[in-house]
Design a protein around this ligand. Sequence first.
Ligand SMILES: [Zn+2]
Length: 331
Amino acid sequence: MIRWILDEKFVEILWRIKKNLRARRTCGTIAAMPEKTVPIMDYEGSRWREEFWRGREYEDAVERIALNAFLPPRGKRLVEIGAGFGRLADLYRGYEQVILLDYARSMLQDARERLGNDPRFIFVAADLYNLPFADNALDTALTIRVLHHVANIPNAFAEIARAVRPHGTYLTDFANKRHLKALVKYHLRRHDGRGVGAMNPYSLEPYEFVKLNFDYHPQYIRENLRRVAFEIRATRGVSIFRIGALKRLVPTSFLVSLDANLQSPISNLQITPSIFYLTESVKNGDARLNENLWRCVKCHAEKISMNGETMHCGACGAGFFQNEGIWEIKV
Ligand SMILES: [Zn+2]
C-alpha cells in the first residue's frame, strides 16, 4: 500500500481529483550576500523573529516535537549552527555548554538579549564551512532550517562531521523537493500541456527555487551524510499540514497533535515538506569528547589561549575577539 502511494500513478489520480491545485512556496529574504567562493545566506539586520514566525505557530510546534523526540537529553557540549535568534534554545537545557552559532551577528544579538544571563550559552558569529571548533569537540550538533540555504552540502557535512565526536549526534532537517505538493504540481504540468517546468521532484540534484534557497531529494541528503560517516538512526516527516487554507480553517492545536502522531508513521513516504534525520557519527576514533573546544579558523591549529574577551592562536598568531558578548570568529 505504502509503496503504491509513492508510485507516480498515485499522483496522477490526485491530478484527476483536483485539477486546479496550485503549489505555492515561501522563502526567506536575502539580507546580504558577501562575495565568497561559496555564497552564504546572511540574515544580518533581518527582522526574522517578528516577521517570519508570525502565523507559523504550527510549524514551530511540530518542529519542536520532532526535536524533543530526537535530541539526546544530556551532554556536555551542543552547538546549533544557524541558531538565529535562539528560537530553540530552551530545548537544550540538559547540556553543560550550548553554543549558538550564526553567520549574522544581529541575529545573535537578539539571542543574547534573551539568553545572555545564562552562563551555559556561548554566542559565536562564524562560517559553517570553517567552524571554529576542534576535531571531536562536540557531543551534539544541529542544523535546523539551515540546509535549505547551504550551497555546498558535501563541504558543510564534512565540516560538521569533523567537529562531532565519534558516536556523537548530528540532527538536521531539510526542505524536501519531492513533497506531496511538488509531486502533484509536477504531474499537473505534465497533463495540462504546460510541460514539466523547471523542477523534477524525482531527480536527485538540489533544486534552487530562489537564489540560495534549495530543496533536496532525501536520497541526496542521505548519500552525503553517509559519505562523512553519519548514519541515520531515525527519520520524521514533519509539517505535512503546511497548507495556508488548512491552517486558517483548523485549530492549530489539532493540526499539531495530528502531525505529532504522523511524523514517524509517514516518514517512509518522504512526502512531507520537511524531513528530520537523527544521525550518529560512526567515524573511527576515541568516543571521548575533545577537551579543547576551539580551533583557529585561519590555520586550523588547536593551540588557542583565552584571555577574557580575547582568543589567541599560538600557531599563527591570529586573534579573535568577543564584542558585546558575541565571539567574532571569521577569517
Ligand atoms: Zn592560527
